[in-house]
Write a protein that binds this ligand. Sequence first.
Ligand SMILES: *Cc1c(COP(=O)(O)O)cnc(C)c1O
Length: 434
Amino acid sequence: MTAAFQNTRDFARQLDAKDPLRAFRDRFHLPAGPDGQPGVYCCGNSLGLMPKAARAAVEAEFQSWEEHAVEGHFHGVAPWMHYHELLTDATARLVGAKPVEVVVMNSLTVNLHLLLISFYRPAGRRYKVLMEGGAFPSDQYALESQVKLHGYAPDDAIVELVPRLGEHTLRTADIEAKIQELGEELAVVILGGVNYYTGQAFDMPAITRAGHAVGATVGFDLAHAAGNLLLHLHDWDVDFACWCSYKYLNSGPGGTSGVFVHERFANSPELPRLAGWWGHDPSDRFQMKKGFRPMAGAAGWQLSNAQIFPMAIHRAALALVDEAGGMEALRRKSEPLTGYLEFVLREAGLPAEVLEIITPTDPTQRGCQLSLLVHRQGRALFDFLAERGIMADWREPNVIRLAPVPLYNSFEDVWRIGQAVAQWAEVLTLASAN
Ligand SMILES: *Cc1c(COP(=O)(O)O)cnc(C)c1O
């Protein structure tokens, strides 16, 4: 495909005309650029666009509350009592899980803690945590506080993976070697599915195998992977995972979160966990008796009754993924879309001393995002793009992240980014000639 790319608007429009997902763009609200014209939104890695269906989904729940008040738990189109179950099947499809392995609840960092309480069980020599160096700050704080909770010093208990000198991303073989080296000291491996900064997608099945081989549990924070990568969490034998819904899942700011717990723990009431009434066996939840008995599967990690409003948005947003043909269909567009972005960026002609793409080139090692390490005047380039209606995102000290999202970005969007970066290259050349 890459070999056949052309850097023209006509070519991009031809790809759009052939795109089976092209109609989905119109199912989202697209913010305008500074000139009032439709912008190029490339921040789906940070906050996905608002599905037009979101408002009606929330309105339906307002209606239910207005008409039924407390009886809304049992009446209305989607009674609240079992609301989380309405999300189960779509969530299982999304991450390659069995329905019993997933639940939607709380928000991401909260769920990460709940899962670590169960799956980080240090004992004796086995107490270490392996994670990415420079992980998303919330994950760093979560792990730091978890190891302290068990009485360990973060500097000792947390081992960070860092790229080799002169490289920007991690090699799978190095991750596996580190796991082996830690061996019996390793309690848990916790990595992002896709690193938020570099956009690197990790080899989750290989890492899971390596972790299990030394007796560690393996979990993934899928904030940047859910809705972005094709996932097979069950088959990969991952122990646990969690993700947010507001990035590639377009479910609104601060939206609800998803959790995966492998089926082999589905009936493990002895697993330590923080409990709440919504995780209790529903057959006698309302007897209000002593003695917590968890529901089977991931649902047994629920604490509170469902947050209907964010879940209603999430439900509408997940329905769009299914309507589009699921993650296979999204990936089928995403790979060439990001491939095209890589192509037009290279065509823009900025030398590596100015701009480097640090995301791996191999499509199996990335999702839709490309991270540009801008060695010179990065912030100025970012502002230059913004003035041209291109909404990217900026990460200190010098990374621009661009995430063309298959549900709503077009090949023409990507072509426009390439044009703007090429204009910037001209500005730089003129400046250095003067
Ligand atoms: C976005 C993101 C978060 C955000 O956590 P919240 O609890 O939803 O605020 C955490 N971890 C990673 C890796 C993220 O990308």
